[in-house]
Write a protein that binds this ligand. Sequence first.
Ligand SMILES: [Zn+2]
Length: 342
Amino acid sequence: MLKDERFGKVTFTRRDALKIAGAAGVMAALPWSGIPKAEAAAPALKGPQAGGYYRFTIGDVEAVVISDGGLSFQPIQPTWAPEASKEELEGMLRSAFLPTDRLNLDVNTLLLNIGGELILVDSGAGGLFGPSLGKMRGRLSAAGVEPAQVTGVVLTHAHGDHFGGLLDGDGKPVFPNATYFASKTEVDFWTGSDPDFSKLRIPKDRQEQSLAAAKKYLAAIKGRLTPVMPGKKIVEGLEVVDAPGHTPGHIALLVSSGKEALLNAADTIHHHVLMFAHPDWTSAFDVDPKLGAESRRKILDRAGADGLRILGYHLPFPGIGHVRTVKGGGFEWLPEPWKWTS
Ligand SMILES: [Zn+2]
């Protein structure tokens, strides 16, 4: 086929004409008109998403992000970013092509094959938050791992969307052979006699529910719980990183192997647009919002400066990516492209 540069018209050569004629002959031979009506009806494409797990590596460490599902908050304020004006908040969401009437968060648990151990970081919500969550258990099996094979579970903090998957519907441990790890500060706070909720902005009845659930689940794993401190390693290559504020003993986890590393930032950063652009915007679930914002900035600064790969528990699945520092003191989330080969 030739393009006539002078007139911008397309002209056909004799060879093109023969090709087109040949293709038409093939098309005529296809049975488009021969399918009975009933068989031709298109199948419905609606339905739940499948898969829900993503395999990747950090040096020699094998890892799988296992989605527990997703959460939707409606309305957005005052639970999220109460510091923002409605106009600014909605403008940011609109410019990111996101709905302005709700905030959708994913829930990404992380399974690691590290130092001869099979360690799960956070367990999802189990049955605590309704049918849009609690998918971790089924997806773990789908990824080829049974709960009895899990040797360790790390809780980044004692919120229901992180510990709910530890017990089944009958209150029995889902991971019968696991040792549990959580920060000493966190365990002491929730199991103490008078936890300070003076800066927590969720309603009083929700505070009480949250405390009762934390006490119940921490009591259930008490016999196998090892309290850990920031700076310490759970196993070689898995270091506890201090990230307080969202809860008093909230921790991040640095996974490292050879020259590669991944910082599991857990709930330091909940939303991939709002909190990267405005690390000072907080959530009503923060036990100490100001301290939480300081931890968020510290982790984003570190990730931005060092090119550190991070994982966010509530970022869009699988929640792995990098952080870019932008002018004006904010940050930008750069999700890592899905890798089909290792
Ligand atoms: Zn959470």
